[in-house]
Design a protein around this ligand. Structure first.
Ligand SMILES: Nc1ncnc2c1ncn2[C@@H]1O[C@H](COP(=O)(O)OP(=O)(O)O)[C@@H](O)[C@H]1O
Ligand SMILES: [Mg+2]
Length: 583
């Protein structure tokens, strides 16, 4: 088991202490019946003084207290081990998830990754704290207790064996019912997490479309499944508990009944011996049954911890589909050239190519625009440049080097990307613009300049704390256009050789759109600018326009060339502007 990698030296030491205290626990537990035997013997022997009984009694009490103290010590050690191990595990899972590229995140799904790094780690922790303790204690207890009564009365031993056999059958039956349901628990937790998450993130839409009912229904479905599953597990345990108590009582009863017969037919001193033996035997027999019970409980709970452990390992062992190349510089003579060579691309698990035979070049100082209807593949094209996904065929080159040959860090350091969905992080406006680790440290003046280029200075000035104003999680306290402008400012501040704007001007009004692009052209004069847009106004001044349709480039040229000769482009243009405006 790979669990070893999460256990440090101090934990091994604690484990050793835990083991020693478990042995102590068992020792004291098994000592109690011996004093009991002694006390019984004294009581039934005529002429015993009170203080003889009390002496043995206090020793018995001391044993019981000793067992309790040992148990507390064990509990402390295992709790510390459990929390430390789970802390490391959580950290590793988190770090691994951060290293994931989009294909891996897509494979697991965000909700499942959340469950894996929280709930699954807790399951393993619980097992370390509770399960391992029982797993170690029960065999020691069972074997030790057996040696104490071995060679004792055969009839009683037979009764105990029968009780153990019944116990095993009973627990086997319960396990059969409970195990598959416990193993299903993690998947249902994933589902519940997914449904809840979707509802919370889509709250606004749900409200405005009065779709609460629909979502309640969906939540109810998953919730009901979880409830059903839990009820069945709990019902099985509810039946098990009284059955076990009954079994123990029956065993005691059997030993005493059998003992009564034996005592009856014995005579004189032998009667007393038999009687004390009986008291002790029944005490040990109960310990043995108890040990088996503990062992069985572990076998019920182990599978759930194992499922969780496997799910954690799946994350930790996931091979990154995007492997780093070794190059950190492009070919000499290049400074920001992006080239697509006959690129075809397919999303993981998709049936068809999202992009087919894409070829084009974007040079430094140029603005290349990508236009096309929604779903035509514009975002897919630009997401291949920072290598969020790998191509299926062909090559994407930055500075004459295949993006797969670059280290991801060097590659992304050269690229400033504004993704289609503007993303802000909780913090301040400044921390969102000066974000991440680029090739150079940013001065406050750089942040202000970036905001100016992005046309964001004005609204930032209206905020109470200027650049120190708080940004809520997901930027929820900013409008769509403001979020877009802050994202643009972030990209400008990064000052990449290649600047990619994926539909980043869509929420800006026409004038702001124009102003931002003009400022950008000045501020990033030498950079390669790639602009994805749906508006003709945004793209018409570009040096080169790619017209994308159904994953293919159906036209490359300037606005005038395309308008004159390309039917797809002409249709888009005419749908937005009158022929007079375009002329
Ligand atoms: N993560 C994804 N997984 C699978 N298919 C996707 C994914 N993202 C986009 N697609 C599909 O790829 C096609 C192109 O999408 P996209 O590049 O986002 O279009 P555009 O940006 O032009 O609107 C669409 O048919 C879309 O359904
Ligand atoms: Mg898009």
């Amino acid at each position: 088991m790979r669990i070893r990698q999460f256990i440090g030296r101090r934990e091994w030491l604690l484990a050793a202490i835990a083991f020693a205290t478990i042995v102590l626990q068992v020792y004291f537990d098994l000592k109690v019946p011996e004093y009991m035997q002694e006390i019984t013997k004294r009581i039934v022997t005529p002429g015993t003084r009170m203080q003889d009984v009390l002496g043995e009694g206090s020793l018995m009490l001391a044993s019981a207290l000793g067992s309790m103290a040992a148990m507390v010590a064990t509990g402390y050690c295992t709790a510390v081990i459990g929390t430390r191990v789970s802390r490391r595990m959580r950290a590793d899972v988190f770090e691994k998830v951060l290293s994931f590229s989009l294909p891996e995140v897509g494979k697991f799904g965000t909700p499942s990754l959340v469950t894996r790094s929280t709930n699954d780690v807790n399951q393993v922790q619980l097992f370390i704290v509770m399960g391992v303790q029982m797993l170690v204690k029960s065999p020691i207890l069972a074997v030790w207790a057996m040696t104490k009564i071995s060679g004792a009365n055969g009839t009683w031993t037979a009764a105990t064996s029968i009780a153990v056999a019944v116990l095993v059958v009973l627990l086997g039956a319960v396990t059969a019912v409970v195990m598959p349901r416990l193993m299903r628990m993690q998947r249902i937790t994933d589902d519940l997490n997914r449904v809840t998450r979707e509802h919370l993130t889509g709250l606004r839409v749900i409200r405005s479309y009065n779709a609460q009912r629909f979502h309640e229904g969906r939540f109810e479905e998953t919730n009901a499944e979880l409830t059903r599953n839990n009820t069945q597990v709990m019902a099985a345990f509810a039946l098990l508990m009284p059955a076990l108590t009954a079994l123990m009582t029956a065993l005691t009863l059997a030993i005493y009944t059998l003992g009564a017969g034996m005592i009856d037919s014995a005579s004189g001193a032998e009667r007393i011996t038999l009687f004390t033996q009986m008291v002790v035997f029944s005490a040990y027999a109960l310990q043995i049954v108890g040990a088996f019970m503990m062992l069985a409980f572990i076998f019920v709970f182990l599978p759930r911890a194992r499922v969780s452990w496997k799910r954690i390992l799946e994350v930790l062992d996931a091979k990154p589909s995007i492997r780093d190349g070794g190059a950190s510089v492009g070919r000499s003579g290049f400074k920001g050239t992006v080239e697509f060579k006959n690129v075809s691309f397919r999303y993981p698990d998709a049936e068809d190519d999202a992009l087919k035979e894409i070829s084009f070049t974007a040079e430094p100082g140029q603005t290349v625009a990508v236009i096309g209807s929604t779903g035509s593949g514009k975002s897919s094209i630009v997401n291949l440049i920072p290598r969020f996904y790998d191509v299926r065929e062909g090559q994407v080159l930055l500075d004459g080097r295949d993006v797969r040959e670059w280290t991801q860090e060097a590659l992304r350091n050269r690229i400033s990307l504004v993704p289609q969905k503007a993303t802000l992080f909780s913090g301040t406006i400044a921390s969102n613009i000066d974000y991440g680790k680029g090739t150079k440290e940013l001065a406050p003046a750089d942040v202000v300049e970036a905001a100016r280029v992005a046309n964001a200075s004005e609204f930032i000035a209206t905020k109470e704390d200027d650049y120190a104003s708080a940004v809520a999680q997901g930027g929820s306290n900013f409008s769509g256009g403001q979020k877009q402008r802050l994202s643009i400012a972030r990209a400008v501040a990064r000052d990449g050789e290649v600047m990619i704007f994926d539909d980043s001007f869509s929420a800006l009004d026409y004038k702001t759109d124009r102003d931002v692009r003009a400022a950008l052209r000045d501020a990033a004069a030498g950079a390669t600018i790639i602009i994805v847009a749906q508006r003709i106004g945004t793209v018409r001044n570009a040096d080169k326009i790619l017209v994308v349709d159904k994953g293919r480039i159906v036209g490359i040229g300037t606005h005038d060339e395309l308008f004159a000769s390309n039917p797809v482009y002409r249709e888009i243009a005419l749908s937005q502007l009158s022929e007079g405006e375009l002329a």
